[in-house]
Design a protein around this ligand. Sequence first.
Ligand code: C2O
Length: 357
Amino acid sequence: APIQAPDLGECHEAVDVPPTAPEIPNCCPTYVPGRTVTVDFAPPPPYSPLRVRPAAHLVDRAYLAKYERAVSLMKALPDDDPRSFAQQWRVHCAYCDGAYDQVGFPGLEIQIHSCWLFFPWHRMYLYFHERILGKLIGDDTFALPFWNWDAPAGMSFPAIYANRSSPLYDPRRNQAHLPPFPLDLDYSGTDTTLPKDQLIDQNLKIIHVMNMVYFIFQMISGARKAELFIGQPYRAGDEPDPGAGSIELVPHNPVHQWTGDPRQPNGEDMGIFYSAARDPVFFAHHGNVDRMWQIRRALLFPGATDIPDPDWLDAEFLFYDEDARLVRVRVRDTLDAAALRFAYQDVGPLPWLDARP
Ligand code: C2O
């Protein structure tokens, strides 16, 4: 059976936050039993404007001003508003640090990483976050930027987040990795000594392999192995962490670790689950993670179904939307980006497509 939406009334302490965290956050969202109404997700009307997400390194001043204004308004909302930045980052904490038990399985946590829920859950997390930001500035075309780390021009920390006087700034980052320091997509705690052009080359090969090799494996073996990209099955009653898909493992995880602050006890903010989304760059990083999924479905293997298993398609999550309504989303609602009315800026040919190792 599919993982059911959590019971927000039963949300409890996020048990997986490491005890060394400088403060243990309460990650439970505002929820008033008997007053909070849950609605089923409906996609936006087909004629609503398309939100085209720009590459973070290419945005202009007008866009940046809009984005910064939206984030400061979000940060200024009262803490108990589920749309406030304070609650938005904790949404991620709750779903990845054991604040929710699976319905019907007390003591068994819901974990949306390292399994087949990774892409759909993060897609919808960004979807609602983006719509809240847009609503705050009265712009229904507003779209989050993406960190274009699969192209050489995007292979450093995106400069718009590094301005100390911007609401996009977060002091808890690795200060040695500020732009233009080159990004290592295979980072595991120590900086490489590779010269920049070789590092770029290595990065492109990594992206190629993580996007393509599993498909090649599938062609040869005949076995349907979409799980190798999407993540391993995770059903009601299962223990968390059955296994991550290729992109989640690399470069998703290394980019988190590369960004987090080694002076903090757990690599806060980006380097550990509970605090990762407290850094606004989280949303740009996951924009590109999501874009990899989108590219796979739309460009590389059009028409390929991901996983035609109702235990995946009917798995559910809850998010607050731009009107602070609690929305129940199923994985099957998340598959079609066009129906969700967002897209990614076309930044030209994919530089990793032919970067065979
Ligand atoms: Cu939910 Cu990049 O982690």
